[in-house]
Design a protein around this ligand. Structure first.
Ligand SMILES: Nc1ncnc2c1ncn2[C@@H]1O[C@H](COP(=O)(O)OP(=O)(O)O)[C@@H](O)[C@H]1O
Ligand SMILES: [Mg+2]
Length: 335
């Protein structure tokens, strides 16, 4: 299966001020190689601040990489001008966490849905209406002729998020970044929304980067799972394999801290993985997880493990499984 999106050693740094005259880089995405195949959903998980949003937005060139390569449908678009990327603004879409701020409260649903069609020059008004109705039906917002006349405040959070799904799909994109699309939605509506997303994925053969801090929702929508820690990918593989038998100690901690239905068995995330994640300005040398890892060895603070296949269809970057595969320093690396 061919890749729709591929990154090779991609880096994206923010620049922040420290004091009056000094600026320092925040290494939000720090050498990530990954791919998303045609018609597959890759779940990207990791705790808040590990770089998921930054990676997702960099794959759309909404944030600019500082180094590495970004390939979209086989074409290297790392250095293409924004002007020449208009096609990407149609072929790739993003769904945000907060359906309240991502749609205009003063427009009705028809107007909200029509806006991108006008921007992308679908001239025929009847054709636009037909496209809007079809998209709203696909996200099961019935009866459509009532829904189109409503304003966002008349809808629940879950219904509003369905409008943003429908709007993202109007122009028939190939790739969608769904950035925590259910984390602000009532728990009771989450599974249904994820099922809608999963149905849309199949119906339109979409490639989706599904970003979540909640590893337990990943299995509803994704084929593969990738785990990030402080700007790096530490594990990835078939979603059921990774959840069933996580290899990296960080992934093991994330999974152990998923709430158990029985409250007496619940462990908080902090009990499982003590301490705070290090900051992305000054990440630890070697394996970035070594400062919190229960299996830490001397090599872990000296060298950086490479992400390699450990079991069939499952990769991890951890010296527990190999000592010989060390990440080489890249030119320009100052760590
Ligand atoms: N606009 C910004 N300016 C500076 N640093 C930022 C900015 N946005 C995010 N960061 C930092 O980049 C890192 C990754 O953030 P983010 O990609 O938002 O993580 P996640 O989506 O996994 O929560 C964090 O250390 C965060 O504090
Ligand atoms: Mg985020």
């Amino acid at each position: 299966m061919s890749s729709i999106v591929e990154t090779r050693n991609l880096r994206m740094y923010y620049t922040v001020r420290q004091g009056l005259f000094k600026t320092v880089p925040v290494k939000a995405v720090d050498g990530v190689s990954m791919n998303i195949k045609a018609a597959e959903t890759l779940a990207l998980v990791g705790e808040s601040g590990c770089g998921k949003t930054s990676l997702g937005r960099t794959t759309l060139r909404l944030l600019e990489p500082v180094s590495g390569e970004l390939i979209f449908k086989g074409k290297d678009i790392t250095h293409d001008s924004q002007q020449s990327l208009k096609w990407l603004r149609r072929d790739a879409q993003i769904i945000f966490q907060d359906p309240y701020s991502s749609i205009n409260p003063y427009m009705n649903i028809h107007q909200i849905m029509e806006e991108p069609l006008i921007i992308h020059k679908i001239e025929d008004a009847d054709k636009r209406t037909e496209m809007i109705y079809r998209a709203l039906e696909e996200v099961r917002l019935y009866p459509v002729d009532e829904v189109v006349r409503k304003y966002p405040h008349m809808l629940s959070g879950g219904q509003r998020q369905r409008v943003t799904f429908a709007r993202a799909l109007l122009l028939d994109p190939t790739y969608i970044v769904a950035d925590e699309p259910v984390s602000m939605i009532d728990a009771s509506s989450r599974v249904e929304l994820l099922q809608i997303l999963s149905n849309l994925q199949k119906l339109h053969n979409l490639s989706i980067l599904y970003i979540t801090h909640d590893i337990s929702t990943a299995k509803y929508v994704s084929n593969r799972l990738a785990v990030m820690y402080v700007g790096k990918m530490v594990e990835r593989g078939d979603v059921l394999k990774v959840i069933g038998k996580p290899l990296h100690p960080y992934t093991q901690g994330l999974i152990a801290s998923v709430p158990d239905p029985d409250p007496s068995n619940r462990l908080s995330y902090r009990e499982v993985i003590p301490g705070e994640p290090p900051n992305a300005i000054n990440p630890p040398a070697g394996c970035r997880f070594h400062t919190r890892c229960p299996h830490v060895m001397p090599i872990c603070s000296e060298k950086e493990p490479k992400l390699i296949e450990i079991e069939q269809g499952q990769d991890a970057a951890c010296f527990l499984y190999h000592k010989e595969f060390v990440e080489e320093e890249q030119p320009g690396d100052k760590r």
